[in-house]
Design a protein around this ligand. Structure first.
Ligand code: HGY
Ligand code: MN
Ligand code: MN
Length: 413
């Protein structure tokens, strides 16, 4: 009853072809709803149909391929990227899913393989938008309020996307998680960190995904002439922000746990001219930890630092909270399927947490979800340096096929 094996040439060729949409040197820039993203979705739609799946694109851009079986395991990931990102982040899991669906097509197993490429995992407008929409967790209010970092409304991007589909002669239709059909969700992803390579392992059986906090810290001062305004009369939104940020980073060094990571991703000044004292400034602060208690404690550290900042130089400091999620455990039955498959193929593996967010975290709220990692060379990701050797890519697909075919043939996770 087993299907055919992974066709390694076809797997690598599909990944290379997908990386051509939005190619930037060795990497990719394929932001959700950009022309490159639309082209990649239309290409994937054709690939899914050619693989014998009933395939369509839904109204928010998820590309969904449904097998002929009555019940299915859902395999997938995302194909949108960060700017100057890597060719494998997300794409690996979608192309694995496509290749495994081909392999299992003739197997006659009681559980089939559905394939999905979620849109907007990277949050150009709204993080995990595609996967949360697929699970029915996103409402019109959130969609209407969502903006990109340069202020473009998500609804405008969706309108443009609908026009592009129409121009391509592609009708969209709804696609949603169906608990009577979908027995589990399994995602393959590059590790995006150094651990598998350092420990000389080829597979990560992922046990859980970190919690994430996104805060926007804003400073309101007063614009002024940079030459004639005495220093004592300035309400300098930039100077205050820099002093605040430095003391907050020192506080994080003291307060965070050994598992905490934090990042200031961007800083913005208004009006941003060399001869104007900035009247307004803001920076993005993101912090992650596998423990909810640690995240709650750091939330308090940030809030108290802001209150303290407002007792000083007449510049008003405030903050808003963006996309934030709690840490979660993935289904141990699926991580066991991954480790048993690795053992069966004599592939070295480790159980490990994920420091990156993944669509699997959105799906895990609704059905058993698992995540398989393959090594990232040098641990690089979210950069055009991101890479995994062809051998490790093929090996990861073979372990994933072994795990999935066991589930499909036995009919349960
Ligand atoms: O930021 C993340 O963890 C993921 O790459 N979106
Ligand atoms: Mn990413
Ligand atoms: Mn990703």
């Amino acid at each position: 009853m087993r299907g055919c094996g992974i066709n390694s040439q076809r797997l690598i060729r599909d990944l290379r072809d997908l990386s051509s949409f939005g190619a930037v040197g060795k990497g990719v820039t394929r932001l959700s709803y950009s022309p490159a993203d639309v082209e990649a979705r239309l290409w994937l739609l054709r690939k899914m149909s050619d693989a014998g799946l009933q395939a369509w694109i839904d109204e928010v851009g998820n590309v969904y391929g449904r097998s002929l079986a009555n019940r299915a395991i859902l395999l997938g990931s995302h194909t949108d990227t960060v700017p100057q990102g890597g060719w494998l982040d997300g794409s690996l899991g979608v192309i694995y899913a496509l290749e495994i669906a081909r392999c299992m097509r003739e197997s006659g197993a009681p559980v089939g393989v559905d394939v999905v490429s979620f849109v907007e995992e990277e949050g150009t407008y709204l993080s995990w938008f595609g996967s949360r929409h697929f699970c029915g967790d996103i409402g019109a209010e959130q969609i209407n309020a969502a903006r990109s970092e340069i202020g473009r409304p998500l609804v405008d991007a969706l309108k443009e996307f609908a026009g592009a589909l129409q121009k391509a002669g592609v009708a969209c239709a709804p696609a949603h998680l169906d608990r009577n059909r979908h027995v589990a969700y399994l995602e393959a992803h590059i590790e995006q960190g150094p651990r598998l390579e350092v420990e000389n392992k080829k597979i990560g059986a992922v046990t859980g995904i970190v919690g994430i906090r996104n805060r926007q810290i804003c400073f309101q001062g007063a614009s002024a002439h940079a030459g004639t305004t005495p220093m004592s009369l300035r309400r300098d939104a930039c100077g205050t922000m820099i002093r605040f940020a430095c003391s907050l980073l020192d506080e994080f060094e003291r307060s965070a746990s050994p598992n905490t990571v934090w990042n200031i991703g961007y800083i913005r000044l208004e009006p941003g001219r060399r001869n104007v004292v900035p009247g307004k400034s803001e920076f993005s602060l993101q912090y992650r930890d596998p423990s909810s208690e640690t995240l709650a404690y750091l939330d308090k550290v940030v809030t108290e630092s802001i209150a303290a900042a407002n007792r000083s130089d007449g510049v008003v400091c405030s903050s808003t909270t963006g996309f934030s999620v709690e840490p979660l455990h993935l289904d141990p039955r699926l991580s066991r399927r991954i480790s048993e498959a690795a053992d069966a193929l004599d592939v070295p593996w480790i159980a490990m947490p994920s420091g990156a967010g993944h669509d699997a975290a959105a799906l895990a709220r609704h059905l058993p979800a698992g995540l398989l990692f393959v090594p990232s060379i040098g641990g690089h990701s979210h950069t055009t340096e991101e890479n995994t050797s062809d051998d490790d890519i093929v090996l990861g697909a073979e372990v994933m096929l072994e795990a999935v075919s066991n589930i499909c043939i036995q009919g349960s996770i």
